[in-house]
Design a protein around this ligand. Sequence first.
Ligand SMILES: [Ca+2]
Length: 502
Amino acid sequence: MRNKLSRSLIVSFVLLSAGCELINQPDRSANAKSVIEQQQKPNIVVIFADDLGYGDIESFGAEGIRTPNIDKIGEEGFVSRDFFIPANVCSPSRASLLTGRYPMRNGIPVAKNPMSHKHIDSHFGLHPDEITIPEMLKPAGYKSLMVGKWHLGLKEKGSHPLDAGFDEYVGLEGNFYKAPKNSVKYPYLKENDDLYRGRTISEVDIDLEKVTEIYTNEVVSFIEREKDGPFFVYFAHNIVHSPHRPSKQFKGTSEKGRYGDFIHEMDYSTGRVLKALKDHGLEDNTLVIFTSDNGANFAGSNGELNGRKYTTMEGGHIVPALFKWPGVIPAGQDSSITMTSMDIFPILAEIAGAELPSDRKLDGVNTLNILRGKSLNSPHDVLYYYNGTNLQAIRKGRWKLHLPRTIADQPFWHENSSGGRVHTEVAQNMLFDLKTDRGEKVDVANLHPDIVASFDADIQYAREELGDVHQIGRDQRVPPMENPQKIDRWWVKKKKKYFDNI
Ligand SMILES: [Ca+2]
């Protein structure tokens, strides 16, 4: 509060000074007033890690990996220990962050797989009718930068970041993949290692080792250029998705091999971004958010949670989340109140003074009061866990119900969920008490048939509203393919080892 008060005192002082000038120079005064109004809107920086698990940073219990800069965001603000991502793979998670809606609603329920570009089915992207964060922020005066992994369709008409409201874009189309040189067999892979600037390729066949520094330089330079604000930065790392290729200066710096070294590089990058905000005097007026797109795969840690990326267990959907905004978000908060990545859209609308879309449903809720320490109640009574288009689990309060499903219901990545196929085939309802069993180890469905039955209405609602693998929902944006779950069977059979590129 002190910071906020001193800011408003400064603003009052500047207004008074402007008032003195008003006598002789009314035009300049009007400009000054408009600049002050602009400065009052906070800047926003969202740092989005890739496949970073619940146990992959120090403040969430990581060992052998040091993340002082990332953890500092939480120390100076708010640590969310129950932060739900409505997807367990890359593309749907990104679409939900940017639209505030479940993947089934926004039309990206499955991951775009760079390996499947020869299949027309995989040529889909974020629908132009979806309203994104930068599109929502633009009328409120924000300039927006997207840096890093897009993965929502770069070549598909209307899906490019510049079509989705960003003013500037530098990054990779999706996951990094080094195509075999002179590949005739896989010509569709060739551009997955090309760096784009805007709509054009600025560097062909870039090495993954180089991109984090390029991304970070871009963000730092944007902050400097746009320091008069307000601005929105969406910084989507390729770290710590495979392949794990840290740059030279970070190799060998962790006790967790290349995986930890890669996280060290992201931590260093985060430190540079925070320093840039500080150097330009923007620290107090910038909301910084750090989180991940889905849980860790085998190389990482999901801490006490079971399951991982590709699964609808908590390890696939609950990730670290850290927020800071000095003077608005009190420091040192450590919270287990449920929030979701879809909340970021309405939170940003509120703090930017922007209009929320009125012609569609948002699944995110404005939980700013939780961040401000003014509310202890999560508005998220019910959470839906989809694997691709398959409704697999529902969480209500302390209870989580896993629904029956067959192998045939699964998305094309299901075989990668684990060697033991964690929960990919479920014969009957399974109930877990997350309050006592966050690791989903003890099925108590038989002990609580009443609680299992209490989910019936929620299951029916989800299927009718958002759809399921064999059912189209009334507010589902249906992706343009015959069967989104199976778009990539061809690849699954031929190239299992490349699953990690989803
Ligand atoms: Ca991911």
